[in-house]
Each structure stands twice: as structure tokens, then as C-alpha cells.
Design a protein around this ligand. Sequence first.
Ligand code: 1PR
Length: 524
Amino acid sequence: MITLLDYGAGNVRSVINAIERLGETVMLVNSGADIDRAERLVFPGVGNFGALMHTLRDKQLREPLVRYLHSGKPFFGICVALQALFESSEEAPDEPGLGILPGRVQRFTCDLAIPHIGWNGLKMHQASPLFQGLAGNEKFYFVHSFHVAPASRDDILTTTDYGYEFVSAIQRGAMVATQFHPEKSGRAGLRLLENFLAGNREAVRPNACPQTTVLAKRIIACLDVRANDRGDLVVTKGDQYDVRDEGTVRNLGKPVELAGDYYEQGADEITFLNITGFRDFPLQDMPMLDVLEQTSKNVFVPLTIGGGIRDFTDRDGRFYSALEVASRYFRAGADKVSIGSDAVEIVEQVLKTGQATGLSSIEQIARVYGNQAVVISIDPRRVYVDSPEAVPHRVIETGFPGPNGERFCWYQCTVKGGREGRPVDAVTLAHVCEQLGAGEILLNCIDKDGTNSGFDIELINAVRAAVTIPVIASSGAGCAEHFLEVFTKTNAEAALAAGIFHRKEVPIGAVKEFLTGKVEIRPV
Ligand code: 1PR
């Protein structure tokens, strides 16, 4: 029996799923007494340091947790739970940490994209029972903007490089804590958790441990999901967002099965987009909740869900806030939510009034679940113009002139799956959303979607230059060479594809094999 400290924020479902997959049962902590009784405690921390410490105090869990940590019994902390072990954090200077370990938590100060999102390696500073069965060169999934700075080097288990070297795991006796998410780190992560759960005692130090570590470029499989005309939920795929063939919705498979296949093939993340999510429906009928619950039982890489993340009122008059919708998705197993149409409306308002309300879906979800949990999905379409002065938007000079020889273009944001163009450009949208608290940009391109002609390099460079958060390049991948092109000609942190994977033209493994030795990737 594993006791799990769920303090009510973020995706604890994946940790429970991972532990259950490894054959253990999980008991959730309801009171301090549950912590006192625990024999093995797992603490997955997500979101904001201040919110976590505040909730622990509020629920009277702080003192029992400190007692447990001093008891010498096995403890596994994940992400913000690692940070909570220290004395203080720059993220919430007024909230003291648990103070079990001397030192503090600081924001990344490098000029790379923040949050640090993706698969990175571990330099191992001590032998540990956790490393049994690992070669040492595996990569693990990180997502964070802050890292710990211990006052003493004695407790450092691993470090990782991102701009500079930071501490990515600590070990003191039976207490271990990692900045990365083992429950989201595929087979390597499950092995590490299994070593903890099994109570392995023999400390090992794998041979293939790297001298320096490098963040991998991520390969993401995207599943556009909707009900077909018979009412079955299917993965579909459009050509420039048109998903019908002779009036019938294309059916490329079942969402849960396909996601499982892509996980086995080595996808670094899976994204589900409910492409008819802009229509009104009651939350309780949302089929994507079930898709996430089923998928997260077998898929141990990050899951993103998009489509319909906004405030809405159902046909019975019940109001749901975007935060409520997102919370349901997180509890069902999502790690991030992706906001499309609502982001355009929010940015239009901000541009009109010159100020943020603090109440938008982006701001609310980021405040509770952290910036890293909020992805903005942009659906832009290229609009040619004769000169940069022709429109009040961010115009670029293009190497691909328009039908009348136009040398300039801007990228118009659309809503409702490309059905409606709005007076905002993709570069401005990305920039404003970052200011509001978004943690990542999923950059589609309607002109390129389903064409197999390669990513829109000009668009990606323009948006990437306007933000400091990671950008996922999407739309147009037709072969493995297109991934190399997007990673060498732009600074995109990840590349997403759909059609070539669904039609089995180019499997994920083939993309990774082609990239090996050319670009840093997580090996399959
Ligand atoms: O507006 O917040 O409800 O979210 C709706 C979401 O659904 C948005 O993220 C939007 O991108 C997506 N969406 C809406 N309609 C479509 C459609 O295709 N008709 N999906 C759609 C299109 C593009 C990617 C696609 C890539 C790669 N999104 O999903 O996977 O273009 O394709 P490729 O590799 O085959 O070229 P909201």
C-alpha cells in the first residue's frame, strides 16, 4: 500500500495510474493521521509553490508531513514537492518551505525558453537503488520554471544542464525527490518508480551516465477527435482543416488505441484536440474525459487536451467556468490544456482595452495549475499584402510571394476551427498570451495543414522570435526530413504531426531514427 499526498491541484491521476500499473494499491491522504500511519509516502507536487505550501497549512498536513520526513521512512517527492523540502522559494517569498533541507528555490536565469519543458538527461552524483536497471543515458520529462539550489552538495543525487547545471534530484537516506516527472517519463520513469516501490536497497551507479545533458527536441503525435456522422468518436484528419471526403468525416482510428500505439512507438507527448469543442454541450457529456481516463492508464508521457476550454453555459442553463472545465480534464489525466478560440477573444479584448482582467481562462488556469499547464493553440491563415503598411498587423517579408506577386504577408488568427478570421495576427497573439501567463504555443498553420509540404518556417521563426516560452511547430509534416528542417531552420522546441503518423506513411520511430546524430532527441 502506497500513501499518496493529493492536495487537490494538478494531475495526480497519472501518478496513481503509474503506481497501479506497477502492481501497488494507492491510498489517498485525507488527514494528517493518514500521513502518520503511512509506511511509504509519495508526494506529487504541481503548480505554484506558494499555493502548495498554503494548502498544506490550510489542511493541517504540514506538521504531519514534517514529522514523516524526519521519521526516516521512504518518501518520494515529485517536482514542486522536491522544492517544498527546502527553506524558501523565489516563486512565493512570503511562504516558508518545509525546511527539511537547507537551501532555496530560484527561478531559471538562463536565456533559453522558460519553462524548461521536455526530455533531458541526468548526471548521477551518487549511487542509488533508484537507478537499478537503468543504463544511465535515459531521458526524463521535466516541466518547470524554478529549480532548487541546495546549500550543501551532500544530498545531490542528480544534476541536469539547461543553460547551466541545476539540481534535478536529491537523496537523503530513504527520502528521494525529483524535479522531473517519473510518471511521465515512459519506461525509464516507470523503472525508477518501481525501484522505489519495491524498496530496493542495493545502490548502483549506471555506466552510461552523460558528462553533459541536452534537452531533446520533442516529437508530438496529434489526434484531432470528433464524432462522425454515426455519432462514433473518431480520430480524423483534415486537409487545410476540411475533415470530410465527399461529405463524410474521415475516420483514421480510435483515439485511445491510437494514443497507445504512438506511446509504444516513442512519441514524446500526445495531444488530443476536440475539434468540434466550440459547439455547446454539457460538461458531463464530454467524451474526451473518458478518452483521457482510458489513455492515461497506459500512456506514460504527457497528455495535452484542447477544444472547448472556455466558459460556457449548457442547455440546462448551468454555467461552467473555463477553470472548471480544465480542472475536470486535469483530474481525468491531462497534463496541459490547450486554448484556441477563447485565446483569440481574450487577446482581442486586451488589445481593445489595453489591460488584462485577471479573469480570463488563460490567467485563471495558469494561476491555479501553473503556466506550464496552459498551451495556446493558434490556427493562423496566411494573408498576402503589398506592403508592410497595408494592415495594422505584424507583417513579414516572405520568400514565397502571393498569387499577384505580393512580397509581404501576415498570419490572421482564426476561431472555430478556421471557420472565422479575426483581426489579430499570430505573432501578436502569441506575445500577448505569454504576458497573460501561457506556458507554451502550439503553432498550427491552416495553409500547411495536411499538405505534406513541410512546416511553415517563416511563420515559426516570426512567432518564436516574439516569445520566450517554448513553441511547438505544427502542420505540414510529410517526411522525416521536414522535422530536420524545422529543428535546424527555427528554434522550435517541438514538432507535431498528425496525418503521416495516422496514415502510417512515416512512423514516429522512423522520424527519430532519421534525426539521430543530427538533432538531440529522446531515443525510442
Ligand atoms: O477553439 O479552443 O475549441 O480548440 C479547437 C482546437 O481544435 C484547436 O486547437 C484547433 O487547432 C483544433 N481544430 C479545430 N478544427 C480543426 C480541423 O482540423 N478542422 N484541428 C482543428 C486542426 C491542426 C492540428 C493538425 C496539424 C498537423 N488543428 O491538429 O494536427 O495541422 O497536421 P498534419 O501533420 O497532418 O499536417 P478551441
